[in-house]
Design a protein around this ligand. Structure first.
Ligand SMILES: Nc1ncnc2c1ncn2[C@@H]1O[C@H](COP(=O)(O)OP(=O)(O)OP(=O)(O)O)[C@@H](O)[C@H]1O
Length: 275
């Protein structure tokens, strides 16, 4: 079977700094796969290489058998991407934000209204679609971004830190949507996170990255079992790197449900800085 994502010997440097170091891994169709690691591990760089936002330097990546090096346009059509940065426009309504993406991704004009309805329904925003996005809470912003990424019915949904800076309730609501979409539509999902409990709850398999390279790969249960009785994914990380992820990964005091894009932007910035 053709892998959903096939990464072979991927290496990428910013100047002298090697951000991704000889990464090899494959994600199967229909899997929810987590790239885990602290700030600076190379997760976002990996994602930007596979979604064609960064040009490959060394190594190969194929998405459903299409090379990102030679078939970039085809690869883009297969992908839905929710970046860490905000991708919505506060001066547009929720619905207009999704319509804009539908046009951008060449959803045929005749199908657009139905598709927009469908994805707004999926993320439970039909009731708020006429409000300006600037009035949305942090959790609603994230759900709207999910709707944008889904409107072209991607075979692969890529989420970069989908719940960073959200409070536990909003985080849970995003998790439920992602799990449901994967279940209902058989979509392949690749997400990056440094919330261990997020990976544990959502992912069939995870890859632990540290300083650009792959340190461990497997299902959360197998990795935990290998690290010892009653080990958590935090323990697994410590076991493979000698460092504690918790110091990088806790954002317990962050609160993104304040509403308004400015709050969301500030919270995501803070979350990234705290890592
Ligand atoms: N545009 C850039 N120019 C120079 N260095 C960069 C650039 N982007 C990333 N880096 C460096 O590459 C390394 C990997 O960064 P990357 O963003 O991929 O990590 P990450 O695991 O996604 O972390 P985060 O959770 O902060 O996004 C880091 O050391 C980072 O400082």
């Amino acid at each position: 079977m053709t892998a959903a994502i096939d990464i072979r010997g991927l290496t990428y440097s910013f100047g002298a700094h090697r951000a991704v170091d000889d990464l090899t891994l494959a994600v199967e169709p229909g899997e929810c796969f987590g790239l885990l690691g602290p700030n600076g591990a190379g997760k976002t760089t990996t994602i930007r290489l596979l979604n064609t936002l960064l040009p490959l330097q060394s190594g190969e990546v194929e998405i459903f058998g299409r090379s990102v090096r030679t078939d970039a346009m085809l690869v883009r059509r297969l992908l839905g991407y929710v970046p860490q940065q905000l991708s919505i426009e506060g001066a547009l309504t929720g619905r207009e934000n999704v319509e804009w993406f539908a046009r951008l991704f060449d959803v045929p004009r005749r199908e657009r209204a139905t598709r927009v309805d469908e994805v707004l329904e999926m993320v439970d925003l039909r009731g708020d679609e006429a409000r300006l996005a600037s009035t949305y809470s942090g959790g609603m912003v994230r759900r709207l971004e999910l709707a944008q990424a889904l409107v072209n019915r991607p075979a692969l949904l890529v989420l970069d830190e989908p719940t960073v800076g959200l409070d536990p309730v909003a985080r849970d609501s995003v998790w439920r949507r992602v799990a449901q979409m994967q279940r209902d539509h058989g979509m392949t999902v690749l997400l990056t996170t440094h919330y261990m409990e997020e990976a544990d709850a959502l992912c069939d398999r995870v890859a632990l990255m540290h300083r650009g390279s792959l340190r461990a790969l497997g299902s959360p249960d197998d990795l935990k079992a290998a690290a010892g009785a009653e080990a958590s994914l935090e323990d697994v990380f410590r076991h493979h790197t000698g460092e504690a992820l918790g110091e990088h990964g806790e954002h317990g005091d962050l609160e993104a449900e304040k509403g308004g894009l400015r709050g969301v932007r500030a919270t995501r910035r803070t979350a990234r800085r705290l890592g």
